[in-house]
Design a protein around this ligand. Structure first.
Ligand SMILES: [Zn+2]
Length: 312
């Protein structure tokens, strides 16, 4: 019975399916033979993942190990790749001096936000993929001889967005610095406020700036470091109120995106608009410092800014 129905199908009696009809024995090569060849071609050009990275600026293939050793800076054109918060802290503070604060603080889905995925599931997946609890790491460490409170954001966690945890961790760190008479350094990278938390995320702008105002009242220095990209709610709050504002080369810095500004002002934007270099020329930032020089320059600035202070 089975054999009969198979034969019938092959002959196209029951349901004509030309694509399933086997080719005659002496027919020229069909698509079946060609397809694998076409599919194999791009595979030859594939580069094993996790070994090489193509620089988006100069198109050089950089060996990942070399890139890591160079603090994620392209050795040929000095393009600054994104760097994780932990790696950055490691590149700045003296070994074993960093005491992390509020390491286990995690966000709560207060609005029961659900889009394509729920906020809770997004948080869980980002916590798993990045190994971070949220988009900022805060703590106190030593840069050279200087103890300083250091907050470092990580763009790989939900675009470095500022939710309640980012705001709360930074505010607590600033308050601790005020209490202990320490300078504050915040290294920002962010797409802005975290919309999953609605107005709770926007309130972080006032909270962090309020804490910084008390810090400033105690005549303590705050250095804001802007890295690619620092935009929207973060740029409109703590990132732009540093006593010194420094940036990494080529960083995109701004509030609204260029298209929104162009549509609103109906004017052509100047070349290089919203880059660190443009903002240095126009006085918004004080210096552009490459990642490899960041530590030594921060130490110099701290020495200068704390020269006449006799804090314990
Ligand atoms: Zn490059």
């Amino acid at each position: 019975m089975a054999t009969t129905s198979f034969t019938k199908k092959m002959l196209g009696v029951e349901s004509p399916e030309p694509a399933l009809t086997p080719p005659p024995p002496n027919a020229p090569a069909t698509n079946f033979a060609k397809k694998p060849k076409l599919a194999a071609k791009p595979r030859k050009r594939d580069i094993p993942e996790g070994l090489w990275t193509k620089c988006p600026k100069c198109a050089t293939m950089v060996f990942d190990k070399e890139l890591d050793e160079n603090l994620k800076v392209c050795p040929r054109c000095q393009h600054h790749f994104p760097i994780g918060a932990r790696e950055r802290i490691h590149s700045l503070v003296e070994t074993c001096t960093f005491e992390e604060m509020d390491a286990d603080m995690t966000s709560v889905d207060v609005l029961s936000f659900t889009g394509v995925a729920s906020y809770t599931s997004k948080l869980q997946s980002y916590q798993k993929s990045t190994g971070l609890k949220d988009a900022v790491i805060t703590g106190i460490g030593k840069l050279g001889e200087h103890r300083a409170a250091l907050g470092v954001m990580d763009f790989s966690f939900l675009g470095g967005s500022m939710g309640s945890v980012v705001g709360e961790k930074l505010a607590r760190m600033i308050e601790r610095a005020t209490e202990k008479g320490l300078p504050v350094i915040i290294i920002s990278t962010s797409g802005g406020a975290r919309m999953y938390e609605g107005m709770f995320s926007l309130m972080q702008m006032a909270k962090t700036c309020g804490a910084l105002a008390y810090h400033a009242k105690s005549k303590l220095p705050y250095i804001s470091v802007l890295t690619h990209p620092t935009t929207a709610g973060v740029m409109a709050s703590y990132a732009s109120v540093g006593d010194l504002i420094i940036a990494e080369p080529g960083a995109m810095i701004g509030f609204a995106g260029p298209r929104v500004i162009k549509d609103t002002t109906q004017a052509e934007l100047p070349p290089g608009f919203q880059t660190a270099e443009f903002l240095l020329d126009h006085g918004l930032i004080d210096a552009i410092i490459s990642r490899k020089e960041m530590k030594s320059r921060l130490i110099e600035y701290l020495s200068y800014l704390t020269a006449n202070q006799n804090w314990p």
